[in-house]
Design a protein around this ligand. Structure first.
Ligand code: CA
Length: 229
């Protein structure tokens, strides 16, 4: 597992690199945001660990830039500020998780482990190509073709949620299970966020979004993807 570590403070950067390497990760360290973008463009990383406060290109901008072309790689942001609007700003730009400095090393390692496991899970189990109705989803490329013949680029979170529902088809998946599997235990979007994802799925994949065939909300319980081949 390769981690890109972007932190401008040498003592923190060195300590993080050492501890991540002790966990068995391969670490590529840099203190420079521009350099980080070059590295992401040219190499494969399994996770990005980004300090928000950097002298040139900050962690938010790096996240935004990376997400233009890469929806997959998990991004964990580190910041000195403990401000909720920063947390939201980071997540809105496509970060997966957020930790405030000074952080507990063990917690950081746990979160990194969780993010990596979740992203491996998205790559794993359900078949890469899945068809239902006349819709086709490619979980490898996050591309979907709808029954109308439209091609849609799913976001990473959309793909994760869709994959979870597909893997548990014809079962009710609770909101908590979805939040844990897709967002992680430490990031709690409102349940309305999940509703919005389901509404989007209906718009893409249902012939009549108001009378869904595949994506069902079970009031007060969760969601069910109904499908049998
Ligand atoms: Ca910094």
């Amino acid at each position: 597992m390769r981690i890109l570590l972007v932190e401008d403070e040498p003592t923190i950067r060195d300590a993080l690199q050492l501890n991540l390497e002790l966990e068995g990760y391969e670490v590529v360290p840099t203190g420079n945001g521009k350099k980080a973008l070059e590295l992401v463009a040219g190499q494969h990383f399994d996770l990005l660990l980004l300090d928000v406060m950097l002298p040139d290109v900050d962690g938010f901008s790096i996240t935004e830039q990376v997400r233009l072309s890469n929806n997959e790689v998990p991004i964990l942001l580190l910041t000195a500020k403990d401000m909720p609007q920063d947390r939201i700003a980071g997540l809105k730009r496509g970060a997966d998780d957020y930790l405030t400095k000074p952080f507990n090393l063990e917690e950081l390692l746990l979160r990194i482990g969780n993010l990596l496991r979740r992203s491996q899970r998205v790559k794993g189990e359900a078949p890469d190509l899945f068809e239902f109705g006349n819709n086709k989803v490619n979980f490898e490329t996050y591309e979907a073709t709808t029954w109308r013949g439209e091609t849609i680029a799913l976001t990473r979170k959309e793909a994760m949620l869709l994959k979870l529902l597909v893997e548990r088809k014809n079962e009710v998946v609770s909101r908590n299970q979805i939040l844990q599997a897709v967002w992680g235990y430490d990031v709690f979007p409102s349940t309305r966020t999940i509703d919005n994802f389901i509404l989007a799925f209906r718009k893409y994949f249902e012939k009549d979004p108001r009378d869904p065939q595949f994506f069902h909300s079970i009031r007060g319980v969760g969601y069910r993807f109904s499908w049998s081949d």
